[in-house]
Design a protein around this ligand. Structure first.
Ligand code: ADP
Ligand code: ADP
Length: 232
């Protein structure tokens, strides 16, 4: 589903360089909830941004859904990105707009008809259990509700893959648990493959079936959560 093969990335600056990724190989299978865990600066964001081609590797290959994303034209890339939903730590929502408008945004960008947009938005708001907030402004919502909107927006285009960038790091423990259970349900009932990055070990232990541990740009351990961490 998602494979990184010997991927390396170096950032150069005035004061030298940083190896953000060093010979990283990761294999995410269909319907996995795959967690990448590590401290700040380990290279997690760089890795996840490469899956979406927001960042290019210096070397190595990245396959998403059977396509080599490092060898795609701009047009192919746009099409393939539709198959990948992104969920962010700070939600990245339009705060002054309504829930409906936020979730509709990716569908509007795709040029879908008004009727189709309305149908799909209602469908995903139902999935995240936020139908009653359809016409509320995002600024009026709690953190957990905002993240549900973020997840609904990510699901709007019916992606096969969800990339979650510290999706629960801005939330309290109880809200975190609710969002994790929602992600698990989306994975189970819709078969969406989830790749998440987090600095919170408990997130991985709670919902992931597989994990890669990153340190200083390298994957230092990888396998099933039970293999890597033992039984809970
Ligand atoms: P993490 O997500 O695990 O915190 P990052 O992938 O954000 O790690 O960063 C890995 C390393 O690369 C860090 O040392 C970071 O400072 C550096 N880095 C990330 N992005 C850039 C950039 N655009 N320019 C220079 N250095 C960067
Ligand atoms: P996160 O780790 O949550 O993604 P950061 O604050 O580390 O957020 O990074 C935010 C942005 O700054 C990213 O686009 C990243 O590439 C960039 N960045 C991170 N570290 C550096 C750095 N040392 N030099 C330049 N840009 C960086």
């Amino acid at each position: 589903m998602i494979t990184l093969e010997s991927v390396s990335k170096r950032y150069s600056g005035k004061f030298g360089h940083i190896d953000a990724l060093i010979d990283v190989s990761v294999r995410v299978e269909r319907s996995d909830i795959f967690g990448i865990v590590g401290f700040s600066g380990a290279g997690k964001s760089t890795l996840i941004r490469m899956v979406n081609r927001l960042e290019e590797p210096d070397s190595g290959t990245i396959m998403v859904d059977g396509d080599d994303v490092t060898a795609m034209t701009k047009k192919q890339l746009l099409t393939s990105r539709r198959n990948v939903g992104m969920v962010f730590q700070q939600f990245n929502l339009l705060e002054t707009k309504t829930v409906f408008r936020n979730v509709a945004m990716p569908l509007m960008l795709q040029g879908k008809s008004r009727a189709e947009i309305a149908r799909r938005v209602d469908e995903v708001l139902d999935i995240v259990e936020l139908s009653d907030k359809r016409d509320a402004r995002v600024s009026q919502l709690s953190g957990g509700q905002k993240q549900r909107v973020g997840i609904a927006r990510a699901l709007a285009t019916e992606p096969d893959i969800l990339l979650c960038d510290e999706a629960t790091s801005a939330l309290d423990p109880k809200t975190t648990e609710a969002i994790l259970q929602l992600l698990k349900r989306i994975n189970k009932t819709m078969g969406v493959t989830i790749l998440l990055i987090t600095h919170q070990m408990q997130v991985v232990q709670r919902i992931c079936n597989k994990v890669a541990v990153m340190e200083g740009g390298r994957v230092v351990e990888q396998g099933s959560v039970i293999e890597v961490f033992g039984n809970p």
